[in-house]
Each structure stands twice: as structure tokens, then as C-alpha cells.
Ligand binder design. Structure first.
Ligand SMILES: Cc1ncc(C[n+]2csc(CCOP(=O)(O)OP(=O)(O)O)c2C)c(N)n1
Ligand SMILES: [Mg+2]
Length: 340
């Protein structure tokens, strides 16, 4: 029961945190746009519930839910999104470039399909170094039509890398319906092309997602290679903050999916399992307070310092191949220092 309450808390934290992001954006307080995953929370929480804390995760432009489910502090995430020095990447990354090394979270990623090769590389590392870690590579249906998807799955299958490719199929890539531009109805069938299992799961059902992820992770951890896990889900919000999601989708379609809102169904389940309304309301109040405090933390923090090389990774090769980029000996020295 405690675990089921915890899943509710996690999903609710993601939703409330993203609502705060929407609020901050509408007041011009974020640096750049943000892509919310409202509606997709059961995917992030269900998959992450099957992982070990030291497993790697690689995310997308729609990554706040993955971050929070992996254990990231929402306050530092909001600070990052608002360009504050207390953010995970000192306010230089924003929503689409958040990496948290201590959590083995290898980044959100603004390039559609850009995370797949990064994740595959991390899996090669884990296999070569025999660390026992598994990599969770999140991406969307749109990304599954990119070359990086095919190249990554082929290599991971050929080398039996410990990785789970989690395709969050929300039916749209920006404003384009997946079915208009995709050769198959279920992305999961593409696993067959690489000789790996392709599994399709209902992304509004947290336990189904967790179970499918558990099997795929077990397979990866025991040396049997990758799985392509397709999570059928839906975003209730717009693609980014530039649209409200209603111009290319009917209100009926959205309403139909909202009936299966993972938070609403999970809450009803908790009641059925005997949790009292008062306990749930207490949890909800706790989460409200946590997010209000996280927002306050972000807004009270100083803005990022935009020193070119401070806090970024660079190495000798950058110095060698980008003559003129380092315009002072201090910058160059720092680059070497960071890479050491
Ligand atoms: C290489 C590249 N091409 C195009 C874009 C513009 N773009 C941003 S998000 C997106 C759609 C991604 O769709 P999907 O992979 O289904 O993820 P979702 O947004 O649905 O979560 C596109 C085309 C981009 N960021 N990178
Ligand atoms: Mg999509």
C-alpha cells in the first residue's frame, strides 16, 4: 500500500511541477520554452519503478517527468528552467539540457532522436566495464523515424547491450499525427527488424508499464540484450508552450483520453484499496506545498553567470580543433582543468 501511495505521490509531483512550469512560462519567468508531459506520468513512474538507482537514463525534450521519477529535486529543476545559478546545470541548460551526474541521468535532449546514440554508448560502457547497470533510453514516436533510432537498435542488438529503448508513443510528433508519417501502427513491431523483443504496453496503466519494464530490464541485466518497449500514451497539453494542443486534435479525442488520466484512475484505485480520502488529501496538500516551495526557491535564486567556459565540459581536443574559440589563456587553462 505504501508503495502504491508513493506511485501516486510521484505522478502527482510530476504533474504539479509541470503546472508550475506552465505558470512560470506564462509570466515570462522561464528561459526558453518547455515541453510538458501532462498525461504521460504513468510511463515515467512505471518504468523508473523497475530500475535500480544506479541505472542510467537518457531523456528527450519532454523530460521533466523522467527527471523527477529518477529522483531529481524539483526545486533545482525549476531553478534550471528559470536560468538560475542554483539549477542542475547552473542555469545554463534550461528545460532541454538538464543532466544530473549524481543520479546517472545523462540528460534531457532537444534533438529529436539525439538521446538514442548517447544511451547506446552508455550501454556499451556498462557492458564493457561489467558494471551491471542498465540504460533506459526514452524517446518519442517521432524519434523512431529518425536514423539514430535504427542505427542504435541495430548496434545494441548486435552487441547485446544492456539497454531498454522506451518509445513513448503519444500519437503525435509536434502537430503531425504519427499514423500519417509512420510505416507501422505499432512502433514495437520494429524490434523484429533487429532480432529483439518488441513489446507494446498501455501507458495509462502504471502497473502494466512497470511489469513490462521489469521484464525488459531483467533481460538486459542478465546479458540477453535490448528490448524495444512501446508505451502507448497521450499528452493532454500542447506540444510545447507555443500551442495548446487543440488545433490538430479534436476536443473529443482529448476528452476520450482524459477519461483514462493516470492520476485520476490511480487515485480511484487507492480508494478501492482502502486508503482514506483524508490520507490522499494530505498527500496532495504536501505535494502542493513542495511545489510552491520549489518555485519560491527557483525565483529567489540568483541568475546564472554566463562565463563562457565555467561549469561546462571541454577538453584538449576542443582547444586543438577550435582555434580562436578560447580567447584567453585563462579559458584554455580552465578547459583542460575541467577535462582532467
Ligand atoms: C533533429 C530534430 N528535428 C526536428 C526537431 C523539431 N522537433 C522538436 S520536438 C519534435 C517532435 C518529436 O516528436 P516525438 O518524438 O513523438 O516526441 P513528443 O514530442 O511527442 O514527445 C520535433 C520534430 C528537433 N528538435 N530535432
Ligand atoms: Mg510523440
Amino acid at each position: 500500500m505504501k508503495q502504491h501511495m508513493d506511485y501516486y505521490r510521484q505522478m502527482l509531483r510530476i504533474r504539479r511541477c509541470e503546472e508550475q512550469i506552465g505558470w512560470l512560462f506564462s509570466r515570462g519567468l522561464t528561459m526558453g520554452t518547455a515541453h510538458l508531459s501532462i498525461g504521460q506520468e504513468a510511463s515515467a513512474v512505471g518504468v523508473m519503478a523497475a530500475t535500480r538507482p544506479d541505472d542510467y537514463a537518457v531523456s528527450t525534450h519532454r523530460g521533466h517527468g523522467h527527471l523527477i521519477a529518477k529522483g531529481a529535486d524539483p526545486a533545482m529543476m525549476l531553478a534550471e528552467i528559470c536560468g538560475r545559478a542554483t539549477g542542475f546545470c547552473r542555469g545554463k541548460g534550461g528545460s532541454q539540457h538538464i543532466a544530473v551526474r549524481e543520479l546517472n541521468f545523462l540528460g534531457t535532449n532537444g534533438i529529436t532522436g539525439g538521446g538514442l546514440p548517447v544511451a547506446t554508448g552508455a550501454a556499451l560502457y556498462a557492458k564493457t566495464r561489467k558494471t551491471g547497470q542498465v540504460v533506459l533510453s526514452f524517446f518519442g514516436d517521432g524519434a523512431s523515424n529518425q536514423g539514430t533510432f535504427h542505427e542504435s537498435l541495430n548496434m545494441a542488438a548486435a552487441w547485446k547491450l544492456p539497454i531498454v529503448y522506451v518509445c513513448e508513443n503519444n500519437g503525435y510528433a509536434m502537430f503531425t499525427p504519427t499514423c500519417d508519417v509512420t510505416s507501422v501502427v505499432d512502433i514495437s513491431v520494429r524490434g523484429a527488424a533487429y532480432g529483439i523483443p518488441g513489446v507494446k504496453v498501455d501507458g495509462m496503466d502504471l502497473l502494466a508499464v512497470r511489469e513490462a519494464a521489469q521484464l525488459a530490464i531483467l533481460r538486459a541485466r542478465t546479458g540477453h540484450g535490448p528490448t524495444l518497449l512501446e508505451v502507448k500514451t497521450y499528452r493532454f497539453c500542447g506540444h510545447s508552450k507555443s500551442d495548446n494542443g487543440t488545433k490538430y486534435r479534436s476536443r473529443e479525442e482529448i476528452a476520450e483520453w482524459e477519461k483514462r488520466d493516470p492520476l485520476r484512475t490511480w487515485r480511484a484505485r487507492l480508494i478501492e484499496e482502502g486508503v482514506s480520502e483524508a490520507e490522499i488529501e494530505q498527500l496532495e496538500a504536501d505535494v502542493e506545498l513542495e511545489m510552491a516551495e520549489a518555485t519560491r526557491f527557483a525565483l529567489d535564486s540568483p541568475y546564472a553567470e554566463y562565463e563562457a567556459l565555467e561549469g561546462v565540459y571541454a577538453d584538449e581536443s576542443a582547444r586543438r580543433y577550435l582555434p580562436g574559440f578560447f580567447n584567453s589563456s585563462r579559458d584554455a587553462a580552465m578547459a583542460v582543468e575541467v577535462s582532467a
